[in-house]
Design a protein around this ligand. Structure first.
Ligand SMILES: [Zn+2]
Length: 284
């Protein structure tokens, strides 16, 4: 009897080992079919990070890490990326190539008229113009930011507020006069002075004040991931500081281009803004 159990166990363990490359290196996507503006977690089964030469998404290099014991990568899908099929490709050091097509779906378009608060000039053509010009200047600075080549975060990301209630979602267009701007973040209900927490470990890249973004913080979590916290009333950290997940980095407020107190959160992957609520769903 003992001999039989030993042989059965041996078979169970031994059979899958011989078929590693062709059938068991499944590439998985969360979500399976992302929309424009959503992040994707890409994982590949039964392979070691050291066996991979490069991985690409639509020809762009993916930054790889190990999460839940699997080789993984995060990709951001630009909100204006054309819907359709895109190739995810892993090239192994032994020359093998493992590929799968990612289907990007179209996001439904939504538009809302947005007014300019009195403190920024109200709804005049002149203040619309200065809003657009100054936003472009602030974005030019933030678009130049780059992240650490090593991973700084660990485990799951957490929400920046203890009680995250969405008041304004990611991805719709705000129409102000003749201009249309996309809301590239999520707004959360937060009365002035609510504690804002770092969503994960990282380094403070920006702790600054802008006309539109108000007092704002950007944290670099490494490997292309950054989180942005805007319209704060107080900043408790300085540029270059190391922060840990959950640390209070500032207090929410209503500084900059806002009509009411709230916390605006943006998440970027390789400088592409993605839906923060969908980003949170990636970390199971
Ligand atoms: Zn916002």
């Amino acid at each position: 009897m003992k001999k039989f159990i030993f042989i059965a166990l041996f078979l169970c363990v031994a059979v899958p080992i011989g078929v590693v490359y062709s059938t068991s290196n499944n590439i998985s996507f969360i979500p399976e079919k992302p929309l424009q503006g959503e992040p994707v977690m890409i994982t590949i089964d039964n392979i070691d990070l050291s066996e991979i030469d490069t991985a690409t998404f639509d020809g762009n290099i993916l930054k790889l890490f190990v999460y839940n014991n699997k080789v993984s990568a995060l990709a951001g899908i630009d909100i204006v990326k054309k819907p359709g099929d895109y190739l995810i490709s892993f090239i192994l050091k032994n020359g093998d190539k493992i590929e799968r097509t990612l289907k990007i779906q179209e996001r439904e378009k939504a538009e809302q008229v947005f007014s300019i608060p009195k403190k920024l000039g109200g709804n005049t053509v002149a203040s619309q113009k200065s809003l657009v010009t100054s936003l472009a200047q602030e974005n030019a600075v933030l678009n130049k930011l780059s992240t650490s080549p090593t991973i700084l975060w660990k485990d799951k990301f957490i929400f920046p507020l203890d009680n995250p209630i969405v008041t304004d979602p990611f991805g719709y267009s705000r129409k102000t006069g003749g201009y249309t701007m996309t809301h590239k973040g999520t707004d959360f209900r937060a009365k002035i002075g609510t504690e804002v927490h770092a969503m994960n470990d990282g380094v403070v890249l920006v702790a600054s004040v802008g006309r539109n973004y108000g007092k704002h913080i950007v944290i670099d979590h490494g490997l292309g991931v950054m989180t942005f916290y805007l319209h704060l009333s107080e900043i408790n950290i300085k540029e270059g500081d190391l922060v840990t997940k959950g640390q209070v980095i500032g207090l929410s407020g209503q500084t900059g281009y806002v009509t009411a107190p709230h916390l605006h959160l943006s998440v970027r992957i390789n400088n592409i803004s993605v839906d923060p609520m969908k980003f949170m769903e990636l970390f199971q």
